[in-house]
Structure formats: structure tokens, C-alpha cells
Design a protein around this ligand. Sequence first.
Ligand SMILES: NC(=O)c1ccc[n+]([C@@H]2O[C@H](COP(=O)([O-])OP(=O)(O)OC[C@H]3O[C@@H](n4cnc5c(N)ncnc54)[C@H](O)[C@@H]3O)[C@@H](O)[C@H]2O)c1
Ligand SMILES: [Zn+2]
Ligand SMILES: [Zn+2]
Length: 383
Amino acid sequence: MNKTSTKGSHTMKTKGAILRGAPGKFETAEIELEKPRTGELLIRMAAAGLCHSDDHMATGDIPAGSYPLCGGHEGAGIVEEIGPSTLGWEVGDHVVFSFVPACGHCHWCAIGKQNLCDLGANMLAGTRFEDTTSYRMSIGDEPVGQMCGLSTFSEYTTVSVNSAVRVDKSLPLDKLSLLGCGVGTGWGSAVNAGQVGPSDTVIVMGVGGIGTSAVQGAAHAGARDVIAVDPVAFKRETALKLGATHAVASIDEANELARTLTNGAGADVAIVTVGVTTGQHIGQAIGAIRKAGIVVATGAGPATVSDVPINLLEFTMSEKKLVGALYGQSSPMAMIPRLADLYSTGHLKLDEMITQTYTLDQIAQGFEDMHAGSIIRGVVLFD
Ligand SMILES: NC(=O)c1ccc[n+]([C@@H]2O[C@H](COP(=O)([O-])OP(=O)(O)OC[C@H]3O[C@@H](n4cnc5c(N)ncnc54)[C@H](O)[C@@H]3O)[C@@H](O)[C@H]2O)c1
Ligand SMILES: [Zn+2]
Ligand SMILES: [Zn+2]
């Protein structure tokens, strides 16, 4: 790739958490940040959520287009500066980022599936979405990639307006920061991808940040039984507080319970939100659903995995469905304001999902806590 330097007179300094390579750990560094060009915003970050996808970048399960990479793709902040001729924005606007960009006029945006916007093809390049030689961050002469074009693990960042969703200023940005990845992804995995409806029996496999959001979405959609599965007791206890009706430690127990609750039929929907998802997990979920049931594959695993152990004959004869879900099959520009409204009216619980907050310098600790299973969502607070 032909990397061009971002250096120019129109730059400022920021502190961000970067990965120098993968496998690696997040460490803070001083970064030079280019101020916004046309169609871009300079954002002063308020809060950034720690998502397992950031950890996938650190382990290398999901390969980044370039290193060093400034991490973070879930977050919220305040507009500090607006690019030239960039209409519709005011300094001081409150913004939640969407980890998937939405241009508004490609085929996918036009048909109401912004999560599949064509700009997403370069989501992991670290560059601008339209130009894979154009960076906004650098250290010395070396360009620094921005995760999902965002880099929420930075005090300031320059982003495309296609990644920014304006939200009501009266709502707390630290809580809303979860909407642009974890909560939108989990909620939509249940409501859109899983098509959960009244009286359904739903299994949510892995109840961290995404899974507890799927639990909330399923409960809100009227599911009769929401069975949370997680080997970690604290996760199971939290899921029960957020709308799960049952919580068990393994998918085998969930499978058995779902059959008991449905006269032997099996779960209507199983949503896989395991931190490091494998083909085995997907196969187990397929084994737990009823005829014509739906398995939603939301969790990510190593990019090299391509095997899912399923009995093809049984899969075909029982008309089961396996669907992938990116950002919960939701359009972020529509979904983020709706979720903010559900939060403000008490239908969506966000405060209860934030177990621990960190400073940017404590970010490595945050990922250790994620691995130890002691947090549902960790959030970096700026200032
Ligand atoms: N598709 C998308 O759009 C999208 C968006 C965001 C995140 N993700 C992916 O979703 C997954 C979950 O992310 P997260 O931030 O909620 O992670 P997390 O670490 O907060 O939660 C994962 C949970 O899985 C549990 N788990 C581990 N093994 C399990 C097993 N065998 N059975 C049941 N539970 C098990 C862990 O204990 C943990 O509670 C990650 O793979 C992430 O990359 C996908
Ligand atoms: Zn995420
Ligand atoms: Zn588009």
C-alpha cells in the first residue's frame, strides 16, 4: 500500500491508545492528528466503550489494514471543529459514532440497509473509507491507522460525517457511547436478525456487552423465555437483571432447558455472541433450535475459521436458518437515535451494563478485566 503522510500545518496533538502490531497490547502514545477536511468533523471524545472486537485487533484474530493502529470503534463526543463546506453541523453538537459508515446514497443505504454501506469495504483499512492512501493520524513520518475510521481511544479524533450520528444533548454521552457498536449490535441481533417475537424461546450464547444487549432486545420484543448462556457466574447474574428469564453455564444445559420449555421442539432463536466465536459454537446453536428456527451469528472469531460442524441433512430437512448479522442488521443513522430514546424513557438499560470506567492510561487493565470476565462493558472516560 502506498502510504502518504498526513503531515501539514493543519494538525494538532492528541493522546491515543495504539497497537504497534498484532498480537500486541494497547499502549498510549502522542499522535499528530490532522484537522477536518470537507465532510469531516473534529471530535473531542467524551467516552469510549471497550468491545471484544478491539481485542480481536490486538490478538490478530481480525487483521487490521495497517499498523500502528489507534484503536476503539465505540464512543461518543462533542463536535469541536467542522471541515470546510461541511453543512448541517454545529460546534458543540453531541455525537455517537457508528462503527459502520453510512454514506446515505449507495445501493445498500438507499434500500435501508446502511449497515452494509459500500464504504464498509475499507472499514479496517485504517484510512479514509474512499481513499486507502489517506490517513488523518501519524507519529513522526509514519501514518497511524484509525480503527473503523474512528479511533475512539483518542482524546481527539477526526472522522467522516458518515460515521457520526447527532444525539440529544440532554442525554449522558458516557452511557450513549455504547449505542454505536455493542448495544445496537446486540439489540438488532435479536429484533432484526433473529426476528424475535411474542412468546418466543430465545437462547443468547455469551452474555457480555453484545449478549446482554441481545437479551434486552429479545425481552423487549416479547420473548417468553430468554435463556442466557455464559460460563462466568457474574455474567449470568447480570443477564438475569437485564431481562433473561433463565441463565445457565453451557449450551448443552440451554438446549435441554429450551426443549423442556417448548415440549421438546427447541428454541425459536439462538443468538451467538461469544467473545471468540468458533464454528463449534455456531454448530451447537444450530443443534439447539427448532424446525425453521433461526441462528444469528454475531460473534467474531479468527478470520481464518471456515468450518461449521453441522449435520447437513438435518439442517436441510428441518429448514433451519443461519444468518450473519453486522451491527444487528440495523441502519445506524436510524437505530442510534431510537436506542437513545428507549434509554431516555427507561426501556433500555445502559447504566447497568457499564461495570467499570477507566482513564485512557488504564486501557490495558480494561482489556485484562474483559479477559477475566469481571466486566460487562468497560468504558474509558476522557477528562
Ligand atoms: N457482528 C457485529 O456487528 C459485531 C459487533 C460487535 C462485536 N462483535 C463480536 O461479538 C462478540 C462479543 O463481543 P462482546 O464485546 O460482547 O464480548 P465480551 O467479551 O464482552 O462477551 C463475550 C462473552 O462470551 C462468553 N463466553 C465465552 N465462551 C463461551 C461459551 N463457550 N459459551 C457461552 N459464552 C461464552 C464470555 O464469558 C463473555 O461473557 C465478539 O466476537 C465481537 O467481536 C460483532
Ligand atoms: Zn464493537
Ligand atoms: Zn452507503
